[in-house]
Write a protein that binds this ligand. Structure first.
Ligand code: C5P
Length: 208
């Protein structure tokens, strides 16, 4: 029997993770956050005093499940370093089989940047979730500090960091961030998490 894999891609802080986690609950499928793999590689590089622009392949091969459970994977320095190590083709190669193995075992909802294009090109359904940089920056801020950002200069810094990461993820040669041709695109600027989930569930129902 072939288990379903649902691919959810999109730029930073677009709401992919929230959607993927809730959808996995609804569909009773395992959830895989592939960004955590890149974050864990980056964390190892930083801990070892390495340079994310050059290091990463060795750390990717050494990854153990505990690395993904660390609580310090969401720090801003890891955001940047994860995007840097994710540019190395050898890092991506080392993480590819792990992701496929996880998805094939019992099916999964998988979120990332290249799930519909590279990791699971034959996924049962593909979604590409986006929102404007300003909305994503504000969401990221709320995630981090628990309240919206009231300082325009601080918010502008967050927007710049998000834009820089998207630019790096979209411009890389290997598995760049882009929607798969058969992905359904959803813009979440005017939708809350429940609204996004509802839309995705409707689309899945229609697909049958
Ligand atoms: O999704 P998240 O923000 O946790 O991902 C961190 C970084 O990992 C991204 O900026 C991206 O560079 C990289 N990534 C990737 N491919 C994926 C998931 C994440 O290149 N499938």
């Amino acid at each position: 029997m072939k288990y379903p894999v649902i691919a959810i891609d999109g730029p930073a802080a677009a709401g992919k993770g929230t959607l993927a986690r809730q959808l996995a609950d609804v569909l009773e499928l395992p959830y895989l956050d592939t960004g955590l793999l890149y974050r864990a590689v980056a964390r190892r590089v930083l801990d070892q005093g390495g340079d994310p622009a050059h290091d990463g392949p060795e750390q990717a091969r050494q990854l153990v499940p505990e690395d993904m459970r660390r609580t310090d994977l969401r720090e801003p320095e890891v955001d940047k370093a994860a995007s840097a190590v994710a540019r190395h083709p050898e890092v991506r190669e080392a993480l590819l089989e792990r992701q496929r193995h996880f998805g094939r075992a019992r099916g999964a909802v998988v979120d990332g940047r290249d799930i519909g294009t590279v990791v699971f090109p034959d996924a049962s359904a593909k979604f590409f979730i986006t929102a404007s940089p300003e909305v994503r920056a504000q969401r990221r801020y709320v995630q981090r500090y628990g309240h919206p950002c009231a300082d325009p200069a601080e918010l502008a810094e967050e927007v710049a960091a998000i834009n820089a990461r998207d630019q790096q993820d979209s411009a890389r040669e290997t598995a760049p961030l882009r929607p798969a041709e058969d992905a359904v695109q959803i813009v979440t600027d005017d939708l809350d998490a429940a609204g996004v989930l509802e839309r995705v569930c409707l689309i899945l129902q229609e697909k049958g």
